[in-house]
Write a protein that binds this ligand. Structure first.
Ligand SMILES: [Zn+2]
Length: 242
């Protein structure tokens, strides 16, 4: 019995380790699409940096400028502050930022917004996109995910699509990842990037909120810090209804 348990444990370990590929290591251009400034970085900043180190061009897309994210300030003031924070963060990572035109807390999902997201992706021509997992307590995150998913379908699945997590439990819900990336080598630079978003809390708090997720995934993946994903599947019999 004990021998069988050991074999099962060994098989489980091999399976878990092999789950690292394919998020990193084979892509030439990645778009990381988040609803708000700080979402791409907290969701997968470590993976973005690893992709970049391996020669992949990485673009960080913010669907809004975080207009609703500072209590007591107008949408315009908040957008200006959070845009600058996003620019600072992208500078730390050496990654190009792109801003879409949705408004934080007032995101829309309609034909024009589907077209906007699809056009961005078609113009940028990534071979991989990472965005929010669609089941999330934040409406903007859900909308962002659905817009990207729709683009993936209408562009003929011409890029690989992965979903990541943001503040799981509070925001991302029911997320059971199948792919892990060990980010021990990039976690400090990731922290430096997302703590550029100073309007979102003290560096100490922000680290606490986000790194608890990375540590939990690290424990699951037998390292210290990890990011985790689910890859969108498809098959050739899928019906494209429009
Ligand atoms: Zn967000």
């Amino acid at each position: 019995m004990r021998k069988m348990m050991a074999i099962l444990l060994m098989l489980f370990t091999i399976t878990a380790v092999s789950a690292q590929d394919p998020v990193i290591g084979k892509y030439k251009k990645a778009l990381i699409i988040g609803a708000h400034p700080d979402d791409p970085e907290s969701m997968c900043g470590g993976t973005m940096l690893l992709l970049k180190q391996q020669g992949c061009e990485v673009v960080c897309v913010y669907m809004t400028r975080g207009e609703g994210g500072i209590t007591g300030k107008s949408a315009e003031e908040t957008a200006a502050i959070r845009t600058q924070e996003a620019l600072n963060s992208c500078e730390v990572m050496g990654i190009r930022p792109v801003f879409l035109t949705q408004i934080d807390g007032n995101s829309e999902i309609n034909k024009a917004r589907y077209d906007e997201m699809r056009k961005l992706i078609a113009d940028e021509k990534p071979d991989v996109v990472i965005t929010h997992w669609p089941i999330d307590s934040h409406r903007d995150h859900r909308i962002c995910s659905m817009l990207v998913y729709d683009a993936w379908r209408l562009l003929g699945h011409n890029f690989d699509l992965y979903y990541g997590e943001v503040m799981t439990g509070m925001q991302t819900q029911m997320f059971s990842p199948t792919i892990y990336v060990n980010i021990d080598s990039t976690v400090m630079q990731k922290r430096k990037a997302y703590t550029c978003h100073v309007s979102q809390g003290t560096a100490e708090n922000v680290v606490k909120w986000h790194e608890v997720i990375g540590r939990m995934r690290g424990r699951e993946f037998q390292c210290t810090h990890a990011e985790a994903f689910i890859k969108q599947r498809w098959n050739s019999s899928e019906i494209l209804d429009r």
